[in-house]
Design a protein around this ligand. Structure first.
Ligand SMILES: O=C(O)CCC(=O)C(=O)O
Ligand SMILES: [Fe+2]
Length: 202
């Protein structure tokens, strides 16, 4: 557990306006978090993501995977994917995210950043098949990385360091008014895995 931050307030809203972001800190113990990092690296069907950026097809260095209750088709960065069936470990982590947040999720997008040279550009998770203003629960494993929010109008910024085995929750109007990104960094030389549990509207 996070011995250096024993009184982290899970109800604190990290955004000053127009949305809600809660950081729960390390909800998994070190050994459990190590177990999931290793396991997910092994069992997940990691693929290089394809995206159409300014009309040009690119292959990202970061790897991705998409799992869910059903083979949902999910359009992300202009590419379509079909969700794979849950694995045992993903179901355990989904249950954990559901217990912590009091919400339910039917799908999960996973990202594997091999080192600090890989990140994710400014975006919001407002795809049309995602439940509007639905909660997104984000679990992180491996290297601690900075996660940043930028308000779409005011350009105001908020930064949070996401620790190994931690949970971050984005909810209500966050995706409407804020962008987020994972900035690249030279300081990180080890992998990080991120799982975002989401709700697809049927
Ligand atoms: O890696 C992260 O922490 C965030 C990933 C993300 O924003 C996304 O998959 O939409
Ligand atoms: Fe995102």
């Amino acid at each position: 557990m996070d011995l250096f931050n024993p009184i982290l307030d899970k109800t604190k809203n990290w955004l000053p306006q127009d949305g809600t972001v809660n950081y729960y800190g390390q909800i998994l113990g070190r050994k459990q978090a190590d177990f999931y990092l290793k396991k997910l690296l092994e069992i997940i069907e990691w693929r290089n993501d394809e995206a159409i950026i300014f009309g040009k097809k690119i292959i990202t260095k970061r790897k991705v995977a998409w799992y869910g209750d059903k083979p949902f088709e999910y359009t992300y960065s202009n590419t379509s994917k079909y969700a794979l069936p849950w694995t045992k470990e993903l179901l355990e982590l989904k249950q954990l995210a559901e217990q912590e947040t009091g919400e339910t999720f039917n799908s999960c997008l996973l990202n594997l950043y091999h080192n600090g040279s890989e990140g994710m550009a400014w975006h919001s998770d407002g795809e049309t098949d995602l439940k509007k203003e639905g909660t997104i629960a984000s679990l992180s494993f491996g290297a601690e990385r900075k996660f940043a929010f930028k308000h779409k109008q005011s350009k105001g910024k908020v930064e949070i360091f996401l620790q190994h085995g931690s949970l971050l929750v984005m909810k209500d109007t966050t995706q409407t008014h804020w962008l987020h990104r994972l900035p690249p960094t030279k300081k990180v030389t080890t992998p990080r895995i991120n799982l975002t549990f989401r709700t697809i509207e049927e």
